[in-house]
Design a protein around this ligand. Structure first.
Ligand SMILES: Cc1ncc(COP(=O)(O)O)c(C=O)c1O
Length: 369
């Protein structure tokens, strides 16, 4: 039976997002028991126990709809950042907000500026709207904000910067971002996706986008997530901070109950658990340099990272490495979808997880002479 109709033409250019392989699927397919996942930049500490206590407490209310616009969580985020609630919009992961930005602002043939190896979801969502995607080459695996600013025209609705970037792990400084904001047309919304910002906090020149840049520029949208430093990827909660008028357009197309009830309540608690976030950051910053050094000894070239993952050039093709490690019970992320066949992305895990990764790598590729 063939399809008797045709999907929207722009779908031909949309390649679906390839998420990290799950532990359950590897256990099922390869019959392995002990599987380590270092493929989706999740938190090796697990979720904040305080947030989970609230999650369990509200489970008895799961027969009722949540409040549609997550007003309590919105207020809690606003309080956390010393903003007004109207400057915050909550999404089903920051991913949903990337989608809303494109759906709300991009008409077919409008331009969207992205970076060559910037987070792939920006391009995918823009293509879904039939946009002309302008891709600006990176310099040293970093967004070239000066060239991106020059690429933006009156037709450019959105300019996306992941800061720090996934998958390259690099970041742009406050000076670079400020220069970008001086140059782009005011009609271009500059989206600063800061999913990994907590891990970049130790660099003094990392931008203070909230509240400074958002207050100073009505065309800045900052995206944050509970999936990384807060350890709540499974709950799917992210938020946007921006000018209320910008957010009002996203709110218009928001799904009626986009964030579920336990997730809303657990995230309010997670915001209060600053000690957990500090511990998450500390686990990563303690392991980052030693793990990079061990990988270099094994013949990898490792990019400096301001995130909870390492972007590496592998001694064997990335897909081969991924497949070999899979058989040894370790899941990493190959980067073919970015056209990076020699590279891979490896999340920084717990001490045990990193040890298991290194043992598997030694078994697979040995120590080069
Ligand atoms: C740069 C970046 N932005 C956004 C996201 C989406 O995060 P979430 O939808 O879990 O909030 C990710 C997830 O890995 C990411 O790496």
């Amino acid at each position: 039976m063939g399809l008797n109709t045709s999907p929207r033409r722009c779908l031909a250019s949309v390649i679906p997002y390839a998420p990290g392989k799950s532990i359950a699927s590897v256990q099922r397919e390869l019959g392995l028991k002990n599987v380590v996942k270092l493929a989706s930049n999740e938190n090796p500490l697990g979720p904040s126990p305080k947030a989970m206590a609230v999650y369990r407490r509200v489970e008895k209310q799961c027969h009722i709809y949540p409040e549609g616009a997550s007003p309590e969580l919105r207020q809690a985020i606003a309080r956390f950042h010393k903003l007004a609630p109207e400057q915050v919009l909550v999404g089903n992961g920051s991913d949903e907000l990337i989608r809303y930005l494109c759906e709300a602002f991009v008409d077919p043939e409008d331009e969207v500026v992205v970076s060559q190896y910037g987070f792939i979801r920006f391009r995918q969502q823009a293509l879904l709207m039939g946009a002309r995607v302008i891709e600006v080459p990176m310099v040293d695996w970093t967004h070239d904000l000066e060239t991106m600013a020059k690429a933006a025209s009156a037709r450019t609705k959105l300019l996306f910067v992941a800061n720090p970037n996934n998958p390259t792990g690099t970041y742009n400084t406050e000076d670079e971002v400020r220069r970008l904001l001086k140059t782009v047309p005011r009609s271009t919304l500059v989206v600063l996706d800061e999913a990994y910002c907590q891990f970049a906090g130790e660099w003094d020149d990392y931008p203070t986008s909230i509240p400074d840049l958002v207050r100073e520029h009505d065309n800045v949208v900052v995206l944050r997530t509970f999936s990384k430093a807060y350890g709540l990827a499974g709950l799917r909660v992210g938020y946007a901070v921006a000018d209320p008028e910008v957010l009002s357009w996203l709110d218009r197309i928001r799904m009626p109950f986009n964030v579920n009830l336990p997730a809303q309540q657990a995230c309010i608690e997670a915001l209060k658990d600053a000690a957990f976030v500090r511990r998450s950051v500390s686990v990563v910053s303690t392991a980052r340099a030693p793990l990079a050094a061990s990988l270099r000894e094994l013949g990898f070239s490792v990019q400096d990272s301001a995130t909870n993952f390492l972007f590496v050039k592998c001694p064997i093709p990335g897909r081969e490495l991924f497949k070999g490690l899979l058989k040894l019970g370790v899941i990493i992320r190959p980067l073919d979808e970015y056209g990076l066949k020699e590279h891979a992305r490896i999340s920084i895990g717990s001490r045990d997880q990193n040890r298991q990764l290194l043992a598997a790598l030694r078994q697979l590729i040995g120590v080069p002479v």
